[in-house]
Design a protein around this ligand. Sequence first.
Ligand SMILES: Cc1cc2nc3c(=O)[nH]c(=O)nc-3n(C[C@H](O)[C@H](O)[C@H](O)COP(=O)(O)OP(=O)(O)OC[C@H]3O[C@@H](n4cnc5c(N)ncnc54)[C@H](O)[C@@H]3O)c2cc1C
Length: 413
Amino acid sequence: MPLSKVLIVGAGPSGLLLTLLLAKAGINVELIEQTDALDTNPRASHYAEPSNYEFDRAGVLDDIRAEGFFPDGVSWRKLDEKKTRLVKLSNPTPEDGKIDSTFERYRMVCLPLHRLGKILEDAVSKQPTATIRYEYKVVDLGQDDQKAWVKVETPEGEKTLEADYIVGCDGANSKVRRTLFGDNVYPGHTWDEQIVATNMYYDFSPYDYDDSQFFVHPEHWHMVAKIQSDGLYRVTYGEIGGLTREQLLERQPAKYAAFLPGNPTPDKYKIVNFSPYRVHQRCVDNMRVGRFLLAADAAHLCNPFGGMGLTGGIADIGSLYDSLVGMHTGQADESILDKYDEVRRKIWHDIINPVSSNNMRRLIDLDADTAVEDDPFLQLLKRMETDKQLQLEMSKGMMALRHDMTQYFDKKR
Ligand SMILES: Cc1cc2nc3c(=O)[nH]c(=O)nc-3n(C[C@H](O)[C@H](O)[C@H](O)COP(=O)(O)OP(=O)(O)OC[C@H]3O[C@@H](n4cnc5c(N)ncnc54)[C@H](O)[C@@H]3O)c2cc1C
C-alpha cells in the first residue's frame, strides 16, 4: 500500500536530504525542527563520493559544486619549524587522464554545512508534498499497528503528529533514540580527549600549506583545512578532556601560537566560530523499532578526522530512501526496513568506526619522525603519491559506505 505520510524529526543535513528525496518521489513528508532556523556551528565541510552520489539523486549536486570548491589534496605533516610533509596526496583530477566522468562528478567537494543546509532547505521548499515546521520540538512518542506519533511542543501549544513511519534525524542527542532506548543507552565510548573546531581567517599564503593537512603531534595534534574560496579555514585541534568552554577559550591563543605557522598573536587572525566538542564512537543496537527509524548522528557517531560522520549519515539516507520508496511503490514489504538496520550498522562497525578511530589515533600516537615507517596506512598513501591508479581505486573504495537497497526489491511484485 502506498505510504500516506512519513514524518522526519530534525532539519539537519540528513533530515533535509531525506525530506527532499521522498518528496521528489511523490511521498507526503513532514519535517519538524525544534529551533527556528538551521544550525550554523562549524561542523561538516567535506563531502566525499558517497554523499555526492545521494546529493545528485536529490538534484542538488550542481548547486553544491557551484557554491563549493574542490580541495587540491591533503597532507600529513610534522610540527617542526618547516611543517615538513610526511605524505602528500593530490586529489585526482580529470587532467590525470585516468579519471572517469562518473567519478569526476562525485569527487570530493567542500562547502560549510550551513551553506549545504540552505541549498537543501530551498530545494525542499519547492516540493508540493513536503512541509517544514520550525519550533516543533519532539517531547514524547508512541506507536501501534496502524501508525506512529510524536508529541511536540510548538508556539501554538502541544500537538500530536501522526505518520506511517517516523524517522529520527535529530542528531547526537536524539530525543527519538533516547525515548526508544533510554537516556543513557548509546553503545560505544567517548574519547578522553576533546576537540575544538574553529572557523578562522589567517594568511597561510607564506607557508606552503595545502588545502587540507593533518599534524601528527602528541600534544598539538590538529587539522587545518581551507573550507571556503574566500580564505575561510577550519582549524580543529585536540585539547585536554574535562576543560570548560571558558578554560578552552582562555587557552586558545597559546594553542594557536604553539602550532600555527608564524606563531601568530590574536591580532594576526580572526576567529568567526569557536566550538568545543566531546568526541564519541557510538552506534545503536537497532536502527528500526517498529514504525520508528533512526539515521545519521541519531544512530551512530564518530570523530570528525577523515570526514566520515555525515558521509556515513548521508549513505544511511540513500538506503532509507530506496527502502521507503520500494514500500511506497509496492516493490518491497516492510521487512526491507530490518535489512536497512542490518546493513547500515554493519557498515558502521566494519568500516566507519575502525577507519575513523585510526584516523584520530594516528595523529596522537605516532612518532612523527618514524610515522611513515610505523604506520601501514601512511605507507599506502606514500605509494599513492606516485601511483594515481591506486589512489583512484582507494577513492572509489569510499563508495563501500553506500549500499544499494533496490537489490532486495521483490522482482515478482
Ligand atoms: C568539528 C566537526 C567537523 C566535522 N566535519 C565533517 C566532515 O567534513 N564531513 C563529514 O561527513 N562529517 C563531518 N562531521 C560530522 C557531521 O557534522 C555530522 O555527522 C552531521 O552534522 C550530522 O547531521 P544530522 O542531520 O544527523 O544531525 P544534526 O546536524 O545534528 O541535526 C539534527 C537536527 O535535529 C534537531 N533536533 C534535535 N532534537 C530535536 C527534537 N526533540 N525535536 C525536533 N528537532 C530536534 C536539531 O535542532 C538539529 O537541527 C563533523 C563534525 C564536527 C563536530
